[in-house]
Design a protein around this ligand. Structure first.
Ligand code: PEP
Ligand code: MN
Length: 346
């Protein structure tokens, strides 16, 4: 439920509204980002009539129709900008997250960081903890990998993004001051992890689950984080299981990029590396994702993919990445035209 306030609401009227909300065992959720100040109500409001909160100083009370509330456009109509240690994403700000699938060694990581920085990426990625299908596959360097990421950040100046797999790792991530915590596709519905990340407040890159990731489930996963108090969520479309089994690994769902932008104000980026699992498709799908409205890209880059310990078949070389990066500004401009056309179509 959302309570829209009148511009001239007094502080007594405001306080009395907050008390009425709290008396019902609900949590008031002020949002000052829109021209009209609104207060969201967090909790089960199904048995309360909206009129209950009508009072002096209140303009209207409306129910949000979607199961996810605080991340919906109904709650907050304009796009959010998420700040990751100074790098902005969303509402006209476009950011590229690039780096290897896994942190493998200092030499590999530094070569990747140098390359992605020179090509113009804004954020550096690399998995220290890897979710692998087989327990015998390379699981990542763990804490040592976090240490190397921090060293690369110090040397090359790009904030770092890395995957967190369990709420037990939060203390460790905080000690290394990781800039953005990635929740991988396999953990999109790890509710304990999502809730804890909501309490931490660090920016979260929430990937869409490959199997359970309906739009509603994905946005509900974001709601877990936001409703615990952390508004800093960036959504990442990384492909879903389609019917194809040979030509590509996953199907990057461009519909989802466009659809989620209608339903939520959160920034959405696309990951054509996991979304295709096929090197040759990455340029086409990267640029089409921008045209579809993505606010950024996640691209895997490895200095020598033949030696990569994970996802060897989908990591661009530094040269390939550099060539792709040069094309991106044109497509960001093209997107502005598409946006105008879309608005004209209604
Ligand atoms: C990754 O980013 O390397 C990764 C494992 O991604 P996903 O969760 O999308 O499979
Ligand atoms: Mn990977």
């Amino acid at each position: 439920m959302i309570v829209t306030l009148k511009g001239d609401i007094t502080s007594e009227q405001y306080q009395s509204l907050i008390e009425r909300i709290e008396d019902k065992g609900l949590v008031p959720w002020p949002d000052k980002g829109t021209s009209k100040t609104v207060v969201g109500i967090r909790g089960d409001t199904t048995k309360i009539e909206p009129d209950y909160f009508m009072a002096d100083g209140v303009e209207s009370v409306t129910r949000i129709s979607t199961p996810y509330k605080l991340v919906s456009r109904e709650f907050h109509p304009s796009d959010y900008v998420i700040d990751v240690s100074g790098v902005k994403i969303g509402n006209g700000y476009f950011a590229v997250i690039a780096g290897p699938c896994s942190v493998e060694s200092e030499e590999q990581l530094f070569a990747a960081a140098k390359a992605v920085k020179e090509a113009g990426a804004q954020l550096f990625r690399g998995g220290a903890f890897k979710p692998r299908t087989s327990p015998y596959a390379f699981q990542g360097l763990g804490e040592e990998g976090l240490g190397l990421l921090v060293k690369a950040r110090d040397r090359f100046g790009l904030p770092v993004v890395t995957e967190i797999m369990s709420e037990k790792q939060i203390g460790l991530f905080a000690r290394y001051d990781i800039d953005m915590y990635q929740v991988g596709a396999r953990n999109m519905q790890n509710f304990d992890l999502l809730k804890e990340l909501g309490r931490v407040g660090k920016p979260v890159l929430l990937k869409r689950g490959g199997l359970e990731g309906t739009i509603e489930n994905w946005l509900s996963a974001a709601e877990y984080i936001v409703s615990e108090g952390n508004p800093n969520v960036v959504l990442c479309e990384r492909g879903v299981k389609g019917i194809e089994t040979k030509a590509y690994r996953n199907t990057l769902d461009l519909n989802a990029v466009a659809a989620v932008k209608r339903l939520s104000y959160l920034p959405v980026i696309a990951d054509p590396s996991h979304g295709t699992g096929n090197l040759s498709l990455i340029p086409d799908i990267s640029l089409s994702s921008i045209a579809a409205g993505a606010n950024g890209l996640l691209i895997e880059v490895h200095p020598d993919r033949r030696k990569a310990l994970s996802d060897a078949h989908q990591q661009l070389s530094p040269e390939e990445f550099g060539r792709l990066m040069k094309e991106i500004p044109k497509f960001v401009r093209l997107r502005r035209k598409i946006e105008k056309l879309r608005k004209a179509l209604g």
